[in-house]
Design a protein around this ligand. Structure first.
Ligand code: SF4
Ligand code: SF4
Length: 156
């Protein structure tokens, strides 16, 4: 089924994601977009968008940044600042650009857009890791208290 541009605009501007899922909202499927449709990612002039921080950009309703995938997660990455060496591995490898980093310092996780895949944990090089997966509803303080100790090198 194709959807007229006006309908598409209404659907996309309504901040798709968790809110719509909770409301029983009928999400627009990729195969429902009319061939040849142009879906601008940003409002207005976007020529300098690469120099702006994500929160300063004027995302259009079509941009996936306006939707959340938080409801997909059953486990979530938890960040432990005390161990992190700011190597930026997690920022480079996260497939959803959900690691928040400023001036090469890891700040935390964008839980609106993190889908809980665990890639960031896999690539974290510290011992113990500075990111670990915990249950979606786990408490931050309890997770940090449960953090594993540094592993000793195996003797040869
Ligand atoms: S769990 Fe996956 S999506 Fe979430 S921050 Fe880590 S790499 Fe990104
Ligand atoms: S990969 Fe680990 S050590 Fe490197 S910035 Fe991310 S959390 Fe910190």
């Amino acid at each position: 089924m194709s959807v007229e541009a006006q309908d598409l605009n209404l659907l996309a501007n309504d901040n798709r994601g968790k809110h719509q899922l909770e409301a029983g909202f009928d999400l627009l499927g990729w195969d429902e977009v009319t061939q040849g449709s142009v879906l601008p990612s940003f409002e207005g002039d976007a020529s300098d968008v690469a120099h702006k921080k994500s929160e300063e950009r004027t995302y259009s309703g079509y941009n996936s940044y306006t939707a959340t995938v938080a409801s997909w997660r059953v486990i979530k990455p938890v960040y432990n600042r005390d161990i992190c060496i700011d190597c930026q591995n997690c920022w480079v490898w996260c497939p959803d650009t959900s690691i928040i980093s400023r001036d090469k310092q890891m700040l935390g996780i964008d839980y609106d857009h993190c889908k809980g895949c665990g890639v960031c944990v896999e690539v974290c090089p510290t011992n113990p890791k500075s990111l670990l997966m915990f249950g979606e509803y786990s408490d931050l303080g309890e997770s940090l208290a449960d953090w594993p100790e540094k592993k000793k090198k195996e003797e040869k």
